[in-house]
Design a protein around this ligand. Structure first.
Ligand code: COA
Length: 567
């Protein structure tokens, strides 16, 4: 079937739906709905689709389009639920189960006939965006595929929604006034629910050290205590704030309004000189017991011959400091007597490369870009040159740009089913580094490496395996990924030919090094990156600025507009 995807942005869910449809032999086009109805009509004329699907749409489809074509809308709520802030209301209310519905576009929002729906379990501590990219995306794909099949059968009659249910199900946009935290009375659970329902956007508007801020990210803390609202500690850029019955960690802050500096930063960096010296930095050990309820980005655990280095960075972005901390942890893990070392293994983003927000906020963004790519390269190099054990990158969520190349540095790449990879840098105006000129062609061949980096399109986990980018697709729910990864890593460590595989790996690395040293790849890549970062006229600074400030695209980018159309 030829399907046209209409979306407000080419976001993670739209990318996921696109790749899942392609995996099943459908062809698909993409048009962004950016307020220009004529452009939308033109795309519909060009594609003449059998079906239109809107995975993430914040505006209405024009009536002439939905009258002439079946248009299916993905709504992140079960049948009967309606409105623009479904997930926010649900997380605020502390619901344990939820759903995603695919319904037909009609004049009234979320009031069309239901083609399919899929239930989901809400995990205990995930924020809204994490939930959206995990359980919601899984349920959405399930429902979309069901709906596409039903539509294709030509026999299915979608279910009408009753007028009384429609009236009862409507919930309005959730405003900041309804997200407010009252530090003097709200319990830790309430505070966490408010923060989770607003994470990663729009955050909870609050006051801190005499200034207004949007608070982003919320994690419980089980030991630190203080007067409600008090700033108790910092850790790796996050701040810990007391509640009436405990404390919570807040990872990022954003100044309110539309000023040039209104983008998210690690909390301590955003506060800068406002942060009193009296607030202590409270580190947490790498091998923090699993029973502790606190926040940390990097954690190491070990079971027999398997070491697991979990890491989770907000938005998958890795600043210079975060890369260095992960490299230190990686070195610690390499000093342990294990034969298999797993990197990642958590739900949500694996990595999206260098931290564009921290770079944008730096006094000299070009210099900071340089420092960040250096730190990222040092980390990738450490993985590439680990020859005394097998390494596995376990991706519970998506990866892009340098984040994909970090995964490719490991011996094996395992992706949770539903993971989307974006192995390219072009859309950020960068040549890219992280030894991609070594890792990518080695896995997929020179021609495919060129196609992947130039087409700048997303790749599903299944296709990644078919291409040789990844070795395994893991069938596990986001919350079950960690256990599944440990189980498979233990199997790998128990293989009778493990020692032989490690020996082969050593030989292959030595052979490759003799042909062309890793340093040569790094030097060549960095020569390009130096130009991208420092030379006048390069597109990277403007693209980075638009990205961190979330400027809306003006039209569907050409590489998407051409998708699914005859050449
Ligand atoms: N630096 C800083 N923040 C980043 C980031 C990066 N490299 N990559 C992603 N993020 C943030 C986004 O700003 C967004 O923040 P929000 O939650 O406050 O809105 C969040 O992570 C999720 O990203 P989003 O773009 O909404 O998710 P997506 O799944 O729709 O798209 C990507 C994912 C990776 C395709 C897209 O974020 C992207 O292109 N990132 C830049 C990748 C890059 O060029 N890296 C640098 C080169 S190494």
């Amino acid at each position: 079937m030829h399907i046209l995807l209409v979306a407000s942005a080419f976001n993670s869910l739209t990318q996921r739906v696109l790749t899942e449809l392609q995996d099943r032999g459908h062809t698909a086009g993409v048009v962004l709905a950016l307020g220009d109805d004529e452009a939308l009509r033109e795309a519909v004329r060009q594609h003449a689709p059998a079906l239109i699907v809107a995975p993430m749409l914040t505006t209405a489809i024009p009536e002439d389009i939905w009258r002439a074509h079946t248009c299916l809308i993905v709504h992140p709520g079960p049948p009967g639920d309606r409105g623009p802030s479904s997930l926010d209301w649900t997380l605020q209310a502390g619901a344990e189960s939820w759903g995603v519905t695919v319904l037909e576009a009609v004049a009234e929002m979320d009031a069309g006939d239901v083609w399919a729906w899929s239930p989901l379990k809400v995990p205990p501590l995930a924020g809204k965006s994490d939930l959206y990219r995990g359980e919601v995306a899984d349920a959405a794909v399930d429902a979309v595929l069901q709906a596409v099949e039903r539509f294709g059968s030509g026999r299915y009659k979608p279910k009408r929604q009753k007028a009384a249910d429609l009236a009862a199900g409507w919930r309005p946009f959730l405003k900041q006034a309804q997200r407010r935290i009252d530090w003097a009375t709200d319990s830790t659970d309430t505070v966490l629910r408010q923060l989770r329902a607003a994470d990663s956007q729009p955050g909870v508007l609050d006051e801190l050290l005499g200034a207004p801020w949007h608070l982003h990210g919320g994690h419980p803390e089980d030991e630190l205590r203080g007067a409600p609202g008090e700033l108790l500690a910092t850790r790796d850029g996050a701040i810990c704030r007391a509640t009436v019955d405990g404390a919570v960690w807040i990872a990022q802050l954003r100044p309110p309004g539309l000023c040039a500096s209104s983008f998210k930063l690690p909390a301590t960096e955003a506060l800068g000189a406002r942060l009193p010296d009296s607030v202590p930095e409270v580190p947490a050990p790498l091998d923090l017991p699993a029973s502790r309820r606190t926040w940390r980005e990097i954690r190491y655990s070990e079971r027999g011959p398997v070491g697991v280095l979990n890491f989770s960075f907000a938005g998958g972005a890795m600043s210079t400091a975060q890369c260095r901390r992960l490299l230190d942890a990686y070195r610690f893990a390499c000093a342990r007597p294990t034969s298999v070392l797993v990197l990642g293994g958590l739900r949500d983003f694996f990595s999206n490369g260098i931290h564009l927000n921290v770079i944008e906020a730096a006094a000299d963004p070009a210099e900071e870009s340089w420092a960040n790519i250096y730190a990222m390269n040092d980390l990738v190099e450490a993985v590439l040159t680990t020859t005394d054990r097998l390494t596995v990158a376990a991706l519970g969520g998506n990866a892009a740009a340098g984040g994909v190349m970090l995964a490719l540095a490991a011996d094996e790449v395992w992706c949770r089913d539903g993971v989307v990879l974006n192995p390219h840098y072009r859309l950020m105006g960068l040549h890219g580094s992280e030894y991609w000129t070594y890792s990518l062609p080695r896995r997929v061949g020179v021609e495919e490496a060129e196609r992947l980096t130039q087409s700048a399109l997303p790749v599903s986990a299944k296709r990644a395996v078919a291409l040789g980018l990844a070795q395994r697709v893991l069938q596990a729910a986001p919350e079950e990924l960690g256990d599944e990864v440990e189980r498979l890593a233990a199997q790998l460590a128990a293989l009778p030919d493990l020692a032989a595989r490690i020996a082969q790996k050593q030989e292959a690395r030595a052979r490759d090094e003799a042909i062309k040293p890793l340093q040569a790849y790094r030097d060549e890549e960095l020569a390009h990156m130096r130009r991208n970062f420092f030379e006048a006229g390069e597109p990277y600074p403007a693209l980075r600025s638009a990205f961190v400030r979330k400027h809306k695209a003006l039209h569907t980018p050409p590489h998407l507009a051409a998708l699914g159309l005859p050449r």
